[in-house]
Design a protein around this ligand. Structure first.
Ligand SMILES: [Zn+2]
Length: 159
């Protein structure tokens, strides 16, 4: 059933990453980096908690922010079919391992991965759904990906 009013709590997450967009028509096919900003939008499945919150902001910070810090911050995010780049980066000395994504690491595909793979795994069972990811690749360029938090398929992911 659709809600008449939707409340969201939004947590901002900063991180630094490198990537390249495989087969990009111009400069984005070179390895380069960004200061990314992720805005995680959370809505309650039923209602606010007993204190009147969607969720405590610190829960989103530690779950999603922690995952981003561990897996995406200060490393390279590379498409799994970009085998030459993966080989090259595996030869380079590095504190962190590279992150291999199933799709080209565009802001759109990274937002999609957070929304459908990362957030449900880390925030299931908390009475909330992450219904939107806004991903700023730069101050001037950003993408949004959202889902309908009332869909049964989505509720099952968070059950
Ligand atoms: Zn880029």
């Amino acid at each position: 059933m659709h809600k008449l009013v939707m409340q969201s709590a939004i947590r901002k997450i900063h991180f630094c990453y490198g990537h390249r967009v495989m087969n990009h028509e111009s400069k984005c096919s070179s390895l380069h980096g960004h200061n990314g900003v992720i805005w995680v939008h959370v809505t309650p499945i039923k209602e606010l908690d007993s204190l009147g919150r969607v969720i405590d902001f610190s829960v989103v910070k530690s779950a999603i922010g922690g995952w981003v810090l561990d897996h995406w911050d200060h490393t390279m995010i590379i498409f799994k079919e970009d085998t030459k780049t993966i080989e090259l980066l595996n030869l380079a000395p590095s504190y962190k391992t590279i992150f291999v994504l199933d799709k080209n690491p565009t802001a759109e595909n990274m937002a999609n991965f957070l929304l459908w793979e990362v957030c449900p795994k880390l925030l299931k069972g908390k009475g909330i759904v992450v219904h939107k990811i806004v991903f700023w690749e730069t101050e001037n360029c950003y993408v949004e990906e959202s889902l309908d938090p009332t869909l049964i398929e989505v509720l099952e992911l968070y059950a």
